[in-house]
Write a new protein. Structure first.
Lengths: 87, 598
């Protein structure tokens, strides 16, 4: 499935989008961060999402589903946002 | 001065009278300054019989007790007047340097009454206050005027109108420090109606805290919080306010092509990330601000200036179906130079595009026509051709062409960059906004999208009214102190109260501040009720209430205002028609407005 990255995560990942696989959101994010410590540090604080990091699944905040344990299907679109503010 | 200077400068342009009035201390404690003090003074000075563009309307420039104290973000100021766009009470605030510098002249507020016979400017320095002939400046742009009057960053600061204000364009802004703006609601037209071109300030006084040690401690603590928060120390400096473009688009709440869709395929091209990658030259900060969110940019054609901020990038971008960042940025520069509100300008052009596509307006204007933006903006400022219609704002223009329902406005103020169908709470903020559709008076982006301070379901309606009310009250008190709302992302009201206590030497708690916020909000409501506004005005355009979003994450949703509105009135202690009860007025020390209460 496709993961889109925003803000400073793009620079850390070197790309704005990636194809990843996994059964849960945690597996997908862990796969994306494998071998990229900077990216992992930006997204995770220990084994939970870092403060102010938001992950959307098909436009809905993952916190309103089962968080990192949310089950995913191959058609799901994931978007990961680092701390952002504005408006 | 310790917080308040204790003086209000009162100028009548009709007869040239210059007076200094004492600031009523009880009034200052109840309303603090900025937006609150402006509303309180306007209540007494401008009643329902006054036409917004008549000499009887007033402009009230206000600072707050913390302004110029050097507390982080203590640079902002406010203008209050009756709006020529909405006919409601209007408050607008701005950052930069002018507010700090005006406070240093020794005044908390400036009331401008009447109408000068010929173009005039006001100069306020240590030598005194003078009214000067500004005929030679009439017709000049904001940048030309600011330069001609000797803007000098920390020493001499210029506030002025451009051609849009002179030509009584209802979406004209007042500009300060060249590219900062008191943007919304047409205050620039009120200034133009008074033949007032500019106000130049040079101050020498200091806002010295009553308790220096405590103030220093609060500076240190506030600085730590701003530095520790990734929002104020990383996100805003690195990507600016437009970094929220992608998240608002991702959730399906980015109004597109005059709110016909809620996602824009070109969102990333006009986002904060792309601005940083392509046109950003450097950051800039307002006075006493460590956040540095301002973008200094340069387009590929070599033009330079400030911006665009998120709302401006959206207004000329998604709202108009345009993904050309250079064109959007240059449209933003042009609005600054001509003195126009970018949100209202872009929103109104988007409405005209839909009118033209539906063949209600005979024009080759179409969504995506970036090439037409400069001409439309310029024509608006000078009221030429179609620009004369655009100059009236979206609602009056759409009504002229027989389709007022295509105007995306509340109380005739053009909506900013959030689709209420994808953010129900934001819809309630727009519907109940005292100055019309406004995101600055209780933005729900925090709780509904960014989980600040915690996440709530953006599609839920039950329970939203209380959260919206608290956000509105919080915004009202921050606008009265006057702080920047971005500081509030890292610094809680309790810290503002402790700093205010240190500056003034008078004790304020966070609860006191929130009561000020509720008092200000309620007084603004009472002002509008006195003007004849009713519950029927607390609503959204028919499109948002009755046309479900067709695609994307907000698919199938409409804005559910009626149930939230009922809950909102009850939460605020108002009756079922949205009229504050007498008991509430007594609780808020607003007995002077009892005539309007239930």
């Amino acid at each position: 499935m496709k993961i889109k990255l925003y803000g400073g995560l793009r620079q850390k990942a070197g790309v704005a989008e990636r194809e990843v696989s996994g059964a849960t959101l945690r597996e997908v994010l862990e796969e994306m961060c494998a071998e990229n410590t900077a990216l992992r540090t930006a997204i995770f604080a220990a084994d939970v999402l870092a403060p102010h990091v938001r992950v959307m699944i098909n436009g809905r905040d993952s916190e309103l589903a089962d968080g990192l344990e949310t089950h995913l299907s191959p058609a799901d679109q994931i978007a990961v946002f680092p701390p952002i503010a504005g408006g | 001065m310790r917080g308040w200077a204790g003086n209000i400068l009162d100028i009548n342009l009709t007869d040239g009278a210059i007076d200094v009035l004492p600031l009523d201390h009880e009034m200052a404690r109840l309303f603090l300054g900025g937006r609150g003090l402006g509303a309180r003074l306007l209540w007494d000075l401008v009643g329902p019989e006054v036409e917004p563009l008549s000499p009887e309307n007033v402009l009230i420039f206000t600072t707050g007790p913390i302004t110029a104290s050097a507390s982080q973000t203590s640079n902002r100021f406010n203008v209050s007047t009756k709006s020529p766009l909405t006919d409601t009470i209007l408050h607008a605030n701005s950052g930069g340097w002018w507010g700090m510098q005006f406070k240093r002249t020794g005044y908390d507020a400036l009331i401008v009454r009447g109408r000068a016979e010929k173009p005039t400017l006001i100069e306020i320095t240590a030598e005194g206050v003078s009214l000067q002939d500004a005929t030679h400046l009439w017709g000049k742009t904001v940048f030309e005027t600011t330069e001609a009057l000797g803007q000098d960053r920390n020493k001499r600061n210029v506030l002025c109108i451009g051609p849009a204000g002179e030509n009584l364009v209802r979406i004209a802004a007042i500009m300060n420090d060249k590219e900062r703006s008191l943007a919304r609601g047409g205050a620039g037209a009120v200034m133009g109606s008074k033949n007032l071109k500019a106000i130049v300030v040079e101050g020498t006084q200091k806002n010295q805290p009553a308790d220096k040690e405590q103030f220093k401690f609060m500076l240190y603590e506030t600085g730590k919080l701003l530095k520790a928060s990734p929002l104020t120390s990383q996100a805003l400096p690195e990507f600016g306010t437009a970094v929220v473009m992608n998240v608002v688009n991702e959730i399906g709440a980015l109004p597109t092509r005059n709110f016909q869709q809620s996602q824009f395929e070109g969102a990333d091209q006009i986002s904060g990330e792309t601005i940083t990658d392509t046109i950003l030259e450097t950051n800039q900060a307002c006075w006493a601000c460590p956040i540095t969110c301002t973008r200094i940019t340069k387009t590929s054609s070599g033009k330079e200036g400030e911006g665009p901020e998120f709302e401006s990038a959206w207004a000329f971008g998604a709202q108009c179906g345009i993904d050309d960042l250079d064109a959007i940025t240059e449209a933003n520069y042009l609005c600054n130079d001509l003195g126009l509100d970018t949100i209202s300008m872009g929103n109104t052009i988007g409405c005209a595009m839909e009118l033209a596509e539906k063949r209600l307006l005979h024009s080759d204007l179409r969504f995506g026509r970036a090439d037409l933006l400069p001409g439309l903006i310029s024509d608006t400022a000078y009221r030429q051709g179609l620009g004369n219609d655009l100059a009236e704002g979206s609602f009056r223009m759409a009504a002229k062409y027989g389709a007022p329902e295509l105007s995306m406005t509340v109380k005739k103020l053009e909506m900013p960059a959030y689709d209420p169908r994808g953010m129900q709470g934001q819809g309630l903020v727009y519907a109940t906004g005292n100055r019309g559709a406004c995101h600055e008076t209780g933005n729900m982006l925090g709780p509904e999208v960014l989980a600040l301070p915690r996440l709530i379901d953006r599609f839920a309606t039950q329970g939203k009214a209380g959260i919206v009310s608290v956000h509105q009250n919080s915004a009202a008190v921050i606008d009265s102190l006057v702080y920047c709302k971005f500081a509030n992302m890292a610094v809680a009201e309790e810290f503002f109260a402790r700093t205010l206590t240190a500056v003034t030497g008078e004790t304020f708690t966070a609860d006191d501040l929130m009561m000020v916020g509720e008092r200000v909000w309620t007084l603004e409501r009472l002002y509008n009720l006195r003007e004849g506004f009713t519950k029927a005005d607390d609503t959204l355009p028919d499109r948002l209430l009755n046309e479900p979003v067709a695609e994307g994450p907000s698919k199938g949703f409409t804005a559910q205002i009626p149930p939230m509105l009922e809950e909102y009135y009850a939460f605020r202690g108002w009756d079922k028609n949205g009229v504050p009860r007498e008991k509430k007025l007594k609780e808020l020390s607003l007995q002077f407005a009892i005539e309007v209460a239930e």
